[in-house]
Structures are given as C-alpha cells and as structure tokens.
Design a protein around this ligand. Sequence first.
Ligand SMILES: Cc1cc2nc3c(=O)[nH]c(=O)nc-3n(C[C@H](O)[C@H](O)[C@H](O)COP(=O)(O)OP(=O)(O)OC[C@H]3O[C@@H](n4cnc5c(N)ncnc54)[C@H](O)[C@@H]3O)c2cc1C
Length: 328
Amino acid sequence: MTTQNTDILIIGAGLAGLSAANDLQQAGYKVLVVDKGRGLGGRLAGRRIGEATFDHGAQFMTARETRFKAAVAGWIAAGVAEEWYSSYPGQPNGHPRYRGVPTMTGIAKHLAIGLEILRATRVDRISQQGNEWHASLDNGETVTAKKLLITSPVPQTLDLLNEGNIQIPQDKQARLDRIDYESCIAVMAVLDGPTSIEAPGAIALEDGPIAWISDNLQKGVSKIPAVTIHGSGAFSAKHIDEDRVDIGQQLIDAAKPYLGDAKVTEYQVHGWRYSKPTILDDAPCMLLSESTDLPPLALAGDAFAGPRFEGAVQSGWAAAKTLMDADE
Ligand SMILES: Cc1cc2nc3c(=O)[nH]c(=O)nc-3n(C[C@H](O)[C@H](O)[C@H](O)COP(=O)(O)OP(=O)(O)OC[C@H]3O[C@@H](n4cnc5c(N)ncnc54)[C@H](O)[C@@H]3O)c2cc1C
C-alpha cells in the first residue's frame, strides 16, 4: 500500500478546493487535491453527446467583490471566460453574467494548472492519527497530511466526519446540521434545429417545473443545437429518485414552447442532489478543529460564503487563509 505525505490535503477539485489550493501552494505549502470526479470543477460541469456540448451545472457567474472581479478579469485575459450578457428579454439590466470558455469547466481547468490533483479518486475515510490526518482513498492508497480542507457539500462532509469518528464541537455540529440544499434535475437535449429562445439564449422561469433553459448553441458552447433544461427546486426534489428517462421527458415536454420547430433527437439526465444551498452558514468557512485536539481541519464551499460560483471561490480563499493561520 502506497502512502503519500503532504502539508495540506484538499478534498474536492471544485471551485472552493481549487481556489484554496492555489493560495496555499503560492504560500509555499505542499498541497494535494483529491476528487472523486473524472473531470475538474465539481458543479461546474460539462458534457458531450456526439457533436453537442453542454454546460449542465453552473451556467454563468456574477462578480461583486473586488478580488473576485480581478480574478474574473484575469480569466478573461487568459481566454477562459467572457461576458455572456447582462440582461435578457423582459429583465432589466443587471449584473454582467460571465461564462467559461469554451465551457464553464474551462475556468476549473485553468485554476488547476500547476496543482497536484488526483482525479477519479474518492476519499473513503479520514481519521486522526496523532497530530496528522490520514485519508484512505478508494484506490487503496493512503495520504497523510498536517492539515485538511474538506469542500464537499456539507451533508457528504458530515458523513465523512461521522464515519471517521471525528468529534465535532456541538455548536458547530448545530450550524452544519442547519445547512440545506435544493436539488436540480438537469436535462441535456440534442435538437435537430434551432430553438425559438431569443438572444442571449437563456430563459429563467418563475413558475412550473422548469427553472432555466439555456441554448448551448447561442451561448457558443455547442457546435450544434443543444439545450440544457434545469428543473425547479420543487420539481427536482419531488422527482430526483424517479426514473430519469421519464423525468427528462416531462421536462422536455414542458420546454416545448421554447424549442420552436426543433425536435429532440437524444437526451441525457443528471440529478444534482446538492445543487445550490438554500440555508447557509454565516461564516465564509469553518475551522472545525478550533478549540479541539484535532489537527487543523477546515470546511469550505458555497454553503459558507454564498450560494454561487463567486461564493465558492471566496470560501476557498477564506479557508486557505484560515489554514495558514492555524497552528499545527
Ligand atoms: C444545476 C446547477 C446550476 C447552477 N447554476 C449556477 C449559476 O448559474 N451561477 C452560479 O454562480 N452558480 C451556479 N450553481 C452553483 C455553483 O455551481 C456552486 O456554487 C459551485 O460550483 C460550488 O463549488 P464548491 O467547490 O463549493 O462545490 P463542488 O463544486 O460541489 O465541489 C466539491 C467537490 O468535492 C468532490 N468530492 C465530494 N466528496 C468527495 C470525496 N469523498 N472524495 C473526493 N472528492 C469528493 C466532488 O466530486 C466535487 O468535485 C449551480 C449549481 C448547479 C448544480
């Protein structure tokens, strides 16, 4: 059995994990990121069906805070992001919406440059061994680390902590138990012709089973007509454990008024059980090891600094700083 040693182990190569990893590595720490997914970016997800390409997780980002705005400007300069739109029919001008180039995952791939990342590798168990963390990976390897950052959705993080018999202070346990997420059923449908969706190629809906439809051809993501349909929180919660083909068809039927004369030739469905947090913690990250005998352990992700792309990045940055300051 192989054992790797690192200063800081980060579970999750989503936005929070990658953002933290960059700051920590730049500060001189040896960092290892492990993600169970084959791709990078977590909920920044893309998929191909034949010639069609889809953003099927996060669709865009907005930028409000100074450091994040500077990061977006850097990604635009690097060619991995661009402004998509700032208003669409029926909606007044709002914050600019930025998209990843060529897809949303382009930004995650950019953030991953120069980092040591184990992909398609799940952390099955974590345990405290003296003043270190041990993580057992599903490939049979073990990682030992002086400090640990976990960025999975909080219910999954709690499972990992429980299975490792990690004692959580009661006040922090109560804060973590409060956090909640909505689900999202995402349909990726290939079309035989263009949609009737007006520029910029996206519609947010208030009522009914659909929350969002995005035309990946107009967006510049796909070479051929292809739509992403996101079920509403209520619809997705009700149907997430049902047959995906049937549920996908229901959402496609509901999307028909927006598809013009185009017919769906093929579709796939993905269920995001933890899509966006609906109840968040007040702090930008959580130092779980504070006032305990645990080696430094922090939690980060969009459930801490804001239920969106920008929040996940800011939470990662906050956790990096917290871990730098935490005594070993
Ligand atoms: C359908 C959908 C639409 C959205 N639309 C938008 C939008 O338009 N704009 C916006 O700003 N935000 C949007 N969001 C939210 C945005 O995607 C998230 O806020 C952000 O990506 C969260 O990043 P994160 O790093 O906190 O978590 P994640 O991206 O979930 O990263 C966590 C990572 O941890 C990994 N992981 C978990 N457990 C383990 C384990 N045991 N071992 C190894 N790896 C593990 C996962 O594979 C994952 O990659 C959307 C989300 C979804 C799902």
